[in-house]
Design a protein around this ligand. Structure first.
Ligand SMILES: Nc1nc2c(ncn2[C@@H]2O[C@H](COP(=O)(O)OP(=O)(O)OP(=O)(O)O)[C@@H](O)[C@H]2O)c(=O)[nH]1
Ligand SMILES: [Mg+2]
Length: 321
């Protein structure tokens, strides 16, 4: 990842009494901790897909928060986990590269789960990054009572002490309940370096449209699938072309995308009886894609087998990892 955009794209800023700040803050934590949901809540728009399946995010996604006093570039990362495949290893590498580059690290810990070995493993690594301020973010506070939350706050604080560092802040938030999300931005802003904005006003992400479209299809495909299948799904948009011979006031965008799975036996599950499941995935994701692109879309989905792609370097490269 190249951490900073080209400075030529930076927007000049008038002198003010308190200096303008801009920089990068990443969210790290176990899979399913609520990192992407929090990123979206802060940005105020969906820039990262979310699901109740672990390991939903597979690349870093930047979400940009524009304020008068600061520009926060949030870097949502894949959940750090014990890797079982080459893909898993690659995802963990992405997380480690990211937290070494950012100005602030936000460690996300769900309020409704006891601080476990997976969390300790991550925080131990974070403790080694001395120079970067670290914020502990207790997510999903809407799911617990105040006593459980208080215990979690104490546990995360004690863990840092044990490892010989102190959190710059400890913040409980609920992205779904919109509790303290604004406060979190208020706490990150002063930790960023003095800088003019790094992205033009109005940019909420730097994700390419084709990637966002593929992600929206994957998000719809993840719904309702279980066990190993969520991990086996990958989506690649092959083509996005305006349909020819359409009147100017009735445009249509043709999108051709492939949904990859790992084994022929998974094909039937994804497609469903008489193709119903795949059709539902198409209908659901098309709505989100149309909202994103602001144009009617014809979505053509094909299911293909990329044998054991999570473990195969060649296939991984083809799928963009
Ligand atoms: N009740 C509640 N649920 C939440 C909250 N934030 C996230 N969730 C749910 O938790 C699940 C995981 O959320 P994600 O944002 O995808 O988690 P993640 O940390 O990005 O997961 P990975 O990308 O797999 O690492 C989803 O079902 C979310 O709806 C919250 O504040 N409250
Ligand atoms: Mg995520």
């Amino acid at each position: 990842m190249s951490a900073r955009p080209n400075h030529e794209s930076a927007v000049p800023q008038a002198e003010t009494t308190s200096p303008h700040r801009a920089g990068f803050a990443c969210f790290v934590g176990r899979p399913n901790a609520g990192k992407s949901t929090l990123t979206n809540a802060l940005v105020g728009q969906k820039v990262a897909i979310t699901s109740n399946r672990p390991q939903t995010t597979r690349h870093t996604v930047r979400g940009i928060v524009h304020r008068d006093d600061a520009q926060l570039i949030l870097v949502d990362t894949p959940g750090l986990h014990k890797p079982r495949t080459l893909l898993g290893e690659r995802l963990n590498d992405v997380v480690r590269t990211t937290w070494a580059e950012v100005d602030v690290i936000g460690f996300c810990l769900p309020a409704d789960q006891k601080l476990g070995p997976g969390d300790k493993y991550i925080v131990k690594e974070l403790a080694g990054i001395r120079k970067t301020p670290k914020i502990a973010i207790i997510t999903k506070t809407d799911l617990v009572d105040s006593k459980t939350l208080a215990e979690q706050l104490i546990a995360v604080s004690a863990l840092a002490e044990e490892l010989g560092f102190e959190w710059a802040e400890i913040v409980p938030v609920s992205a779904v309940g919109d509790q303290q999300v604004g406060l979190l931005a208020d706490l990150i802003a002063p930790l960023l370096p003095e800088s003019p904005p790094l992205y033009p006003e109005g940019d909420l992400t730097d994700e390419p449209e084709m990637v966002m479209v593929a992600e929206l299809i994957r998000e719809a495909a993840l719904e309702g699938v279980r066990d190993e299948l969520p991990h086996s799904i990958a989506v690649v948009v092959e083509e996005m072309l305006p349909r020819e011979d359409r009147p100017a006031d009735k445009p249509l965008l043709d999108i051709h995308a492939n949904v990859y799975i790992e084994r022929p036996s998974q094909k039937g599950i994804i497609i469903g009886p008489k193709g119903k499941r795949l059709k539902d995935v198409g209908t659901k994701s098309r709505k989100h894609i149309e909202a994103l692109l602001g144009t009617p879309v014809y979505l053509d989905l094909h299911v293909k087998v990329a044998k054991d792609w999570q473990r195969d370097p060649k296939q991984l490269r083809k799928l963009g990892f």
